[in-house]
Write a protein that binds this ligand. Structure first.
Ligand code: ZN
Length: 62
């Protein structure tokens, strides 16, 4: 009697569940001169701004 067990081709989902998008670590995080070192300036393409006091600083184009 041939009792062949058919191997089921297990399909492993290759999708990795960890969708952790790491925020770009800015090399130099500027801090707000008004709020102090506790408040970092949000980085925008052309400027930095503080979300607390609204301080804005234009970036110097290299
Ligand atoms: Zn501020």
């Amino acid at each position: 009697m041939a009792d062949e067990k058919k191997e089921k081709p297990e399909k492993h989902a290759e999708k990795k569940p960890d969708k952790k998008k790491k925020f770009k670590a800015y090399k130099k995080l500027r801090t707000c001169p008004k709020c102090g070192s506790s408040s970092r300036l949000a980085e925008h393409p052309d400027r930095l701004s503080c979300g607390k006091c609204g301080y804005m600083e234009h970036k110097n184009k290299a």
